[in-house]
Design a protein around this ligand. Structure first.
Ligand SMILES: [Mn+2]
Length: 338
């Protein structure tokens, strides 16, 4: 950490900073320039309370040198992490498309959806049983019953299931139905108590980006999960809130190479919640794969016009088949496979 002192700094103030650093077990290196004095803190930066330093007289600015995240950082683990989900590898050469409806509605709807997801060549299935809806008066999800319907439908095609966890009180039900991948939604990205709890579980976690979260905040949210012992974390970019109103969110494709540089963990894209319209999904999905995403989370409903949630952004079964076909070519062009 580097501490920059203001230009009227006194020797006593410099000494006070050095003493404070010493109390945390760090040495200091004072460098006096013509106009500025800079103090370098030498030792374990994690012991430093940045705010406490900033509050000391004579201190102008405190700059961190080390990244605040550790386990999720590329520097901690050089190789790409490949997550094994019931034998299906996410984060390796093969790109995974997780298809399925926004929400679990009925058993026949889930049976149909699973059939089409498998037929399109997807190896994992999505579906929400607990739904974070903007309005309390809209469909809130089928709940535990939904998990049961989802499990039953997906098992017939050996599809591991991905579903959103909203509250720690739902964890027992998630374990009972052996949910394969737990999704933490955009609204819960910084629900730290929830992150700590999933950090204790032995289940892969998809951590969606908060709708206005910076990449650094997102990485720190993942660090919460990793710090608990669960290192099977998948980042999912789903569009950030912007000034534009034409589409639901703005897909941040730039986040893919940035995350690939900062973390060893897999990165997937949700083009459905980014665009918010089914016709935008193929273009966004192709951009994501071309930019290096390890997978996609795509909404597909057997009959989108009848969907209880996010109807206008769901692909129909044939559109999912077509999308898989066009993604295959892109995957090959960049040395990957679908
Ligand atoms: Mn949805």
């Amino acid at each position: 950490m580097i501490i920059i002192m203001n230009n009227e700094v006194t020797d006593a103030q410099i000494d006070a900073v050095a003493q404070r650093l010493k109390s945390w077990g760090l040495d200091s290196n004072v460098s006096r320039g013509v106009e500025r004095t800079v103090i370098g803190a030498i030792g374990d930066e994690s012991k430093i309370d940045k705010e406490l330093l900033q509050a000391l007289p004579g201190v102008e600015q405190v700059i961190r040198v080390m990244k605040p995240y550790k386990i999720v950082a590329r520097s901690y683990h050089k190789e790409d992490t490949v997550i094994d989900i019931k034998g299906i590898k996410l984060g390796g050469r093969q790109i995974q498309v997780i298809g399925g409806p926004c929400s679990v509605e009925t058993q026949p709807q889930m049976d149909e959806a699973a059939k089409y997801v498998a037929a399109a060549g997807c190896r994992l299935m999505r579906g929400g049983a607990f739904k974070p809806r903007t309005s309390p008066y809209t469909f809130q999800g089928a709940g535990v019953e939904g998990l049961e319907m989802f499990r039953k439908a997906a098992d017939r095609y050996n599809l591991p299931i991905v579903t959103e966890l909203m509250d720690v009180r739902q964890i027992d039900a998630f374990m009972k139905y052996d949910v394969d991948v737990i999704q933490i939604g955009t609204r819960n990205m910084q629900n730290f108590d929830l992150l700590k709890e999933v950090g204790r579980l032995h289940k892969p976690v998809i951590l969606k980006r908060g709708m206005s979260a910076t990449i650094s905040e997102w990485l720190m949210a993942a660090e919460y999960i990793a710090a608990g012992g669960n290192h099977d974390i998948i980042f999912c970019e789903r569009g950030v809130r912007s000034f534009e109103t034409y589409y639901r969110n703005m897909l941040d494709v730039t986040a893919i190479p940035v995350l690939k540089k900062e973390t060893h963990l897999p990165v997937i894209i949700d083009p459905s919640h980014a665009g918010g319209k089914a016709w935008m999904v193929p273009a966004l999905a192709r951009a994501a794969v071309a930019a290096g995403a390890d997978g996609l989370l795509v909404e597909m409903h057997p009959n989108p016009c009848e969907a209880w949630c996010d109807a206008d952004q769901a692909l129909n079964p044939q559109e999912l088949v077509d999308l898989m076909g066009s993604l295959k070519g892109i995957a090959q062009a960049i040395g990957r496979e679908l």
